[in-house]
Design a protein around this ligand. Sequence first.
Ligand SMILES: Cc1cc2nc3c(=O)[nH]c(=O)nc-3n(C[C@H](O)[C@H](O)[C@H](O)COP(=O)(O)OP(=O)(O)OC[C@H]3O[C@@H](n4cnc5c(N)ncnc54)[C@H](O)[C@@H]3O)c2cc1C
Length: 412
Amino acid sequence: MADYDVIVVGGGPAGAMAAWRLARGGANTLLVERQPLPRHKTCGGGVPMIAANVLKLQELTDLAADSFVELTVNHLMCTYNFANEHLLPVNSEGGNQTGIWMVQRSIFDYALVKRAQTAGAVVQDGTRLTTLDADRAGEVDVTVTRNGQQEHHRARYVVGADGANGIVARLSGVRPTRSVAIAAEAEVPYNWKSSSTKVRPDVIHLEFGDVPGGYSWLFPKNDHINAGAGLFSELAPHHTSPQSTKDLLQNCILKYLDHAEIPHDKSNLRYHFHPLPLWNGKHSLQNRRNTVLLAGDAAGLVNPIFGDGILHALRSGELAAKCILEGTAGTYTHDINTIYQSNFDSAQRMARLFYRWPEISYNLLVPRPGAGQIAMRLLSGEAPFTGLTRRMLRRISSAAASRRGRYDRANL
Ligand SMILES: Cc1cc2nc3c(=O)[nH]c(=O)nc-3n(C[C@H](O)[C@H](O)[C@H](O)COP(=O)(O)OP(=O)(O)OC[C@H]3O[C@@H](n4cnc5c(N)ncnc54)[C@H](O)[C@@H]3O)c2cc1C
């Protein structure tokens, strides 16, 4: 007899979503989270509002958007090398609200975990999964460590939602090949009333020329600004040493703060670094026996051009739970690929173009009418990258060809 129907590993959006859906569907569910909750998560905390549909907020009594959304952003201020400014509205006139929620992950993720708990999931924080044996059919044995004590549990399924540095994938023999980006953020205290600078609480700032093979950002929060920078490693091969990458990201963050005239104490800024496992094509996200399913960052479901993963963590967590509840765990990878494969494959091609030719790409894409709305529709998955990538490839090819005299299409 299993102790639980499902053990969910990780209390981020993927795990909390899966645990909520499972418990609500009647599954006897344990969620284990390594850190004591609420916990800091290195992140910008930008959530496309479409996530409201995924979260099914209207069905909730214990979780209101007001309790975790700090600010709602409706403009993007884009720059290239801190010049060539474009302020892009993200909502279409009279259309649906497609803005971006600014959340603090400690609050947001905890609200999701609480919701799972209220639905009946057993939640153990400060509890780390240490071993996993999925060799027997219909059963997974795990060991968790809590307060230095080991506990053994048996479950019919495990959902591996243990993030970019998780161990479930490795322990269960599912090894999605990853393309890893690295990003950093720092929270800079900020008073919107007294500080007079170039930033606004309803505007996200994005700078595309300063980070080679990536971008930097300023995200507004209630009492601080989340300043960050990320680079897509395969596109910035010259920054191979982890320390030089960290220094580079740190310097880009400081430069952005200076340009935006945001007061900050250099010596007291605390930087958080974290990998981003980007989508890297189709891979199996379940073990041979279909008893272990990976979701969120553990499954490499981070958008390869924007680097966002919260919405995809929520979606995949929900889908993993649905497959388990409906007895269709065997189709999970296929179901994920149906949603993501063609779109994220195109996004990956577009990322290679964009970050390789950032100035040309920026000038082609950002000043276009409706660019902000298009970005939102791409971010939320409402519009596919597919057609856009083809058009962009043609335009960038000819722009690059005329600039350099020749252009090697095969290398893209
Ligand atoms: C600097 C930065 C900025 C970002 N900004 C954004 C953004 O603005 N918008 C966006 O959409 N995405 C953003 N992302 C990506 C986003 O943070 C992730 O895609 C998202 O957190 C994935 O959620 P998850 O539930 O899969 O994993 P996580 O949120 O990482 O949760 C995994 C959890 O598993 C726990 N865990 C790990 N190992 C174990 C274990 N052995 N036992 C028990 N628990 C374990 C961890 O403690 C963690 O709490 C950003 C990422 C970075 C690095």
